[in-house]
Design a protein around this ligand. Structure first.
Ligand code: PEP
Ligand code: MG
Length: 762
C-alpha cells in the first residue's frame, strides 16, 4: 500500500486522500494552476495512530520530488504548508501549519495535523454532525505561494454561485497583501471579490474560467480558496459549497436548465431541511444571540412578539397587534382561539405530540413546547428563565425549528414558496409513486394544503365541527334529552349546521378528493365537568357517561352501534352538502375492530354514493385485515392510535412521564409518535397490507397518523406499498420530495442489477 501520493498522479480516492487532497489531484489533472505537493494518506494516519510511526521514507521521496519540481530546496527558497484533509468536510476544526522550512518541522507538523483529528472541537463537531470518529484524516503538503508578497498579491475565498441566494456568478471576498489567516482572524475586513475585477482583471477572468471548469467537472457549486502571488493566480482548494435552502433549490433547478445535472440529480440533491428552511420564517444569524432557554422543537419556523399568558386576552389583543406569543404551562382544546391568533406558542410542559404541538403544526405556526427551564407565574403574569423575568407585554422570539427561545424581538427572514421550489416540486411529482394528501378540517387548511401540492384530503376530522358554542349546545341537548322528540330536534339542528360546514369544505376542494372521518370523540367530552353543574339530572347523566379509560372507551365506531343517530346525521349532512356543492367524497369510520361494525355503519349509508373505508388503528383490525378488506373500499392507517395500541402506551402520559427518559437512555431510538416504529407498528401494518391485498387486490391503502409526514417514515411507507400518506399541510412539500427521492433511488437500485432498467427517467 502507498502511503504518499503526489498531486500530479491519477489516484484521487477521497477515502485515502480526504476531500481536499483528492480535489487537489483532480484540479492538477484539469490543468489548473495548483502549487505542487503531495498527500500523506489516511492509511498513514491510521498507522501513525496505531504505532506512532510515519512513512518517513515515502515522505522524503515525495519532498525530493517537490524540490525538483520547484527547482528550490526546502528551507532554501522553498517553504510548504501542511493542512488536514478528511473524507468529510469539517471546516476549521483541525490544524494548519504554514511557512515550514525544514524536514524535522515537516514531520512534526504532520504529527500535529494527525493529532488534531482528536482535538476537542473536532470531536464535538463530529458528535454534532454524526460523523464517524474512526474515519481519520490525511495531511496535504503543498508548496507555499505568498498572498502577502507585494501589492499585486492577495488571497481569498470564492464561490461559483452565491451560497445564500444561489445566483450564478463569482461571490466571495479577498484581501490584498494577506495570507488566509488574515481573512479568518477578522483583523482586517475583506473586500467583495467583484472588486478584484478592477484591481487584477486578468486574474479575475481566469478565476471565472476556473470556476466554470470546476463546476462542469464536479457538477456542483464550488467553494474555492485562492492566492494571487505577484498577479499570478493559484488555486489552493475546492469543495462543493455549503448553501442555504433557498440557494440549494435554485442551484439544483438552474443546473438542470444549464444541462449540468439530470432532473433526478436535482431532486436527490435538495434536502428536507432545505425545504423546511424556506417554508418557514427563520431568525437571521441566530448564532449572534444567547438563548434564554431550550425546549422541544414542536412546530418549525420562528416568530416574535409580545408575551401573553391568557388565550382570551390574546384574542382581544390580536385585533390591534397580531405579533403575540402565547405562553402557557400547557395548552388544551379550550385555548384554540388564542393559538389561532398568536404568531407562535411556547409551553412549559408537553411533548412533541402534545396538544400545542399537534395543533400548531397543523396551522403552520411556530411552537416550542416542553420548555421545562421556564417557570410561569400565571397570577403575576410573568415567567422566569435563567434568572431573567419576562413580563406580559415583553417581547420574545421563539424558534420552533431549533426549540430555542430568545429575549427580545430578533430580525426574521421571510418565508415563501419561490418559483424554483414550485419547479422542483413539479419535477419531483413526475418521479414519485406515493400519493401525498393532507390532513385538514377547515376551508383555510384545505386551501393551504392545495397550495402546497396536496392531491386531496386524506383525513378530515369532524370533531372540531362540534366545538363552536351553538353546536356544543345542540350536542349537549341531544345527549341530555329526556324524550325522543327532543333528541331528534337537537340532532336535526346539529345536522343543519354540519351541512354548511361540509359545503364550505367542498367549495375549497377544486375537484380533489376528500375523506371525511365520522365523529371519534367520547360523548362525555361534550359535557361540562361534573362540579360545574347543579342540576341533579344532568349530574347523573355526566356520571353515567364518565369513563375510567376514555382513550380505550366509548368512542369511534362504537358510538355508531350504541347511538346511531350521530353518524346518521353526519352522513345525511354530507349528502345534503353534496347536493349544494358536488365533490369527490369518501367516508371512513374510526376505531374499527371487526367487519360486523362496518356492516352496521353501511346500513346508514343507504342512498349516498360515496366510497367507504375504515381507519386501521386497532391491533385487531390489522389482524382481521383480510376480512375487513372485503367489506370496504379503502383502509387508512391511523398510526397515532395504532402506536398507542401496539405499545400499550397512552401518548400524552408517555410523553409527559417516561418517554423522555427512554429516549435519553437510548431504550428507544425515536419517539414512536413522531417516527413510525418500523419494527413493531410497521410490521403489523405490513402483515395487514399483505392480507388485505390478498383479499382485495385493488384496495386503496393510506396512512394518516402524525408520523405519515415524517421524512424517514414517508420513505418506509413508499417501500411497503401504501398508496398515499396524509399529513399536515406544511409537511406536504417535504413528503413530495422524499417520495420522489425514494422512487428515484429504487430505480437506481434496480438499474444496478438489471441492465434493461435505465437509471434515468427523464
Ligand atoms: C390516528 O389515530 O392516527 C388518527 C389519525 O386519528 P386521531 O389522531 O384523530 O386519533
Ligand atoms: Mg385515531
Amino acid at each position: 500500500m502507498e502511503y504518499v501520493y503526489t498531486f500530479d498522479g491519477d489516484f484521487c480516492d477521497k477515502h485515502e486522500l480526504g476531500n481536499k487532497g483528492a480535489n487537489l489531484v483532480i484540479m492538477t489533472g484539469l490543468g489548473l494552476p495548483v502549487p505542487p505537493g503531495f498527500v500523506v494518506t489516511i492509511s498513514a494516519y491510521k498507522m501513525y495512530r496505531d504505532t506512532g510511526r510515519l512513512p518517513e521514507d515515502a515522505i522524503l521521496r515525495a519532498m525530493a520530488d517537490l524540490e525538483q519540481k520547484m527547482g528550490r530546496k526546502l528551507g532554501e527558497g522553498l517553504e510548504v504548508s501542511i493542512r488536514s484533509s478528511a473524507p468529510v468536510s469539517m471546516p476549521g476544526m483541525m490544524d494548519t501549519v504554514l511557512n515550514i522550512g525544514n524536514m524535522e518541522e515537516v514531520k512534526a507538523s504532520i504529527r500535529k495535523i494527525f493529532a488534531s483529528w482528536d482535538n476537542p472541537r473536532a470531536v464535538e463537531y463530529r458528535r454534532l454532525n454524526n460523523i464517524n470518529p474512526t474515519l481519520g484524516t490525511a495531511a496535504v503538503i503543498q508548496a507555499m505561494v505568498y498572498g502577502n508578497l507585494d501589492e499585486r498579491s492577495g488571497t481569498g475565498v470564492v464561490f461559483s454561485r452565491n451560497p445564500s441566494t444561489g445566483q450564478k456568478g463569482l461571490y466571495g471576498e479577498f484581501l490584498m497583501q494577506a495570507q488566509g489567516e488574515d481573512i479568518v482572524s477578522g483583523t482586517r475586513t475583506p473586500e467583495p471579490v467583484s472588486k478584484l475585477k478592477q484591481l487584477l482583471p486578468a486574474a479575475y477572468a481566469e478565476m471565472q474560467q476556473i470556476a466554470d471548469k470546476l463546476e462542469s467537472h464536479f457538477c456542483d457549486m464550488q467553494d474555492m480558496e485562492f492566492t494571487i502571488e505577484s498577479g499570478k493566480l493559484y488555486m489552493l482548494q475546492t469543495r462543493n459549497g455549503k448553501r442555504t435552502g433557498a440557494a440549494a433549490i435554485k442551484i439544483a433547478i438552474d443546473m438542470v436548465n444549464e444541462g449540468l445535472i439530470t432532473r433526478e440529480e436535482a431532486v436527490l440533491r435538495v434536502t428536507v431541511n432545505d425545504i423546511r428552511q424556506i417554508l418557514h420564517k427563520q431568525i437571521q444569524e441566530p448564532y449572534k444571540y444567547q438563548p434564554l432557554v431550550k425546549g422541544l422543537n414542536a412546530a418549525p419556523g420562528a416568530a416574535k412578539g409580545k408575551v401573553v399568558f391568557d388565550p382570551v386576552e390574546a384574542v382581544a389583543l390580536a385585533k390591534t397587534d397580531p405579533s403575540i406569543i402565547l405562553v402557557r404551562v400547557e395548552t388544551s382544546p379550550d385555548d384554540i382561539q388564542g393559538i389561532a391568533v398568536a404568531a407562535g406558542v411556547l409551553t412549559q410542559k408537553g411533548g412533541l405530540t402534545s396538544h400545542a404541538a399537534v395543533v400548531t403544526r397543523g396551522m403552520g405556526k411556530p411552537c416550542v413546547c416542553g420548555a421545562e427551564g421556564i417557570n410561569i407565574d400565571t397570577a403575576a403574569k410573568q415567567f422566569t428563565a435563567g434568572g431573567i423575568t419576562i413580563k406580559e407585554g415583553d417581547e420574545i422570539t421563539i424558534d420552533g425549528t431549533s426549540g430555542l427561545v430568545y429575549q427580545g424581538a430578533l430580525p426574521l427572514s421571510d418565508a415563501g414558496f419561490p418559483p424554483e421550489l414550485e419547479e422542483l416540486m413539479n419535477i419531483a411529482d413526475g418521479f414519485k409513486r406515493l400519493g401525498i394528501r393532507a390532513n385538514a378540517d377547515t376551508p383555510e387548511m384545505i386551501a393551504r394544503a392545495i397550495r402546497f401540492g396536496a392531491e386531496g384530503i386524506g383525513l378530515c376530522r369532524t370533531e372540531r365541527m362540534f366545538n363552536a358554542p351553538e353546536r356544543l349546545a345542540a350536542i349537549r341537548e341531544f345527549i341530555l334529552a329526556e324524550s325522543p322528540e327532543k333528541k331528534t330536534a337537537a340532532i336535526d339542528r346539529l345536522g343543519e349546521l354540519q351541512v354548511a360546514d361540509f359545503a364550505a369544505l367542498f367549495k375549497e376542494l377544486k375537484g380533489l378528493p376528500i375523506i371525511i372521518r365520522l365523529l371519534d370523540l367520547p360523548l362525555h367530552e361534550f359535557l361540562p365537568a361534573e362540579n360545574e353543574v347543579t342540576d341533579p339530572v344532568v349530574k347523573q347523566r355526566i356520571a353515567e357517561l364518565k369513563e375510567t379509560n376514555p382513550m380505550l372507551g366509548h368512542r369511534g365506531v362504537r358510538l355508531a352501534l350504541t347511538t346511531p343517530e350521530i353518524y346518521a346525521m353526519q352522513i345525511k349532512a354530507i349528502q345534503e352538502a353534496l347536493k349544494m356543492v358536488p365533490a369527490n367524497v369518501s367516508i371512513m369510520v374510526p376505531q374499527v375492530i371487526t367487519d360486523q361494525e362496518v356492516l352496521n355503519v353501511k346500513r346508514l349509508l343507504q342512498g349516498i354514493n360515496v366510497k367507504f373505508g375504515v381507519m386501521m388503528e386497532t391491533v385487531r383490525a390489522c389482524m382481521r385485515a383480510g376480512h375487513l378488506a372485503r367489506a370496504v373500499d379503502f383502509f387508512s392507517f391511523g398510526t397515532n392510535d395504532l402506536t398507542q395500541a401496539v405499545y400499550s402506551f397512552s401518548r400524552e402520559d408517555a410523553e409527559k412521564k417516561f418517554l423522555p427518559t427512554y429516549l435519553k437512555l437510548g431504550v428507544l431510538h425515536d419517539n414512536p409518535f413522531e417516527v413510525l416504529d418500523v419494527k413493531g407498528v410497521g410490521r403489523l401494518m405490513e402483515t395487514a397490507i399483505f392480507w388485505a391485498r390478498r383479499a382485495r387486490k385493488d384496495i386503496e391503502i393510506g396512512v394518516c397518523g402524525e408520523q405519515a409526514g415524517e421524512p424517514s417514515t414517508v420513505a418506509y411507507l413508499h417501500g411497503i406499498g401504501v398508496n398515499y400518506v396524509s399529513c399536515s399541510p406544511f409537511r406536504i412539500p417535504l413528503a413530495r420530495l422524499v417520495a420522489a427521492q425514494v422512487a428515484i433511488q429504487d430505480r437506481l437500485h434496480r438499474a444496478a442489477y438489471d441492465p434493461s432498467v435505465s437509471p434515468i427517467n427523464s
